[in-house]
Write a protein of this length. Structure first.
Length: 164
């Protein structure tokens, strides 16, 4: 069948060629968000670290030609931009009929410079997040509740990390 992505966290170098050659997939359509920072920062960083499970195709697009053939660069907006009534016809046409249509008014030729910059500096965003978590922990640990507050904070962080 046909595969359509919107806000994809699939690695950019995913091997679509083998999926098409063995008959699992007929065609791929990737709607790339112009400012999808959810994908441009978080999975992008994991991809830079060597992850084979998560990647930035929803922000940067695929690298293999089979993934790029019907790719839409760019749908204007954030992580949910392709799931918009203005784009439903395009998704339906592709999935049901194999036709690659696109509403011309719902398309942009480029990504904002600030979004591209944040994605390229995704490692710095992660450093800032980690430092923020550490500063809050230090602040709680040195506050009036001391170790008890720090223990609760660490417990909450562990619960959050186990649910992600």
């Amino acid at each position: 069948g046909r595969v359509a992505f919107a806000g994809s966290v699939v690695p950019r170098d995913y091997d679509w060629r083998s999926r098409i050659d063995n008959g699992q997939v007929k065609a791929v359509r990737n709607y790339v968000g112009s400012a999808d920072l959810v994908v441009g920062i978080f999975p992008c960083f994991l991809e830079l670290c060597g992850s084979r499970e998560l990647g930035s195709a929803g922000f940067n697009g695929f690298t293999q030609q089979e993934g790029k053939d019907l790719e839409v660069k760019y749908i204007p907006g954030d992580h949910w931009c392709a799931i918009n009534p203005r784009n439903f016809g395009s998704i339906i046409d592709f999935l049901l009929r194999g036709v690659a249509t696109l509403a011309s008014e719902y398309y942009t030729n480029s990504q904002p410079t600030w979004a591209v910059l944040l994605s390229r500096l995704c490692w710095l965003v992660w450093i800032v997040i980690v430092l923020g978590v550490l500063v809050v922990g230090w602040w709680l640990g040195t506050g009036p509740w001391g170790w008890a507050a720090l223990a609760v904070y660490i417990g909450l962080l562990l619960v959050i990390l186990r649910t992600v």
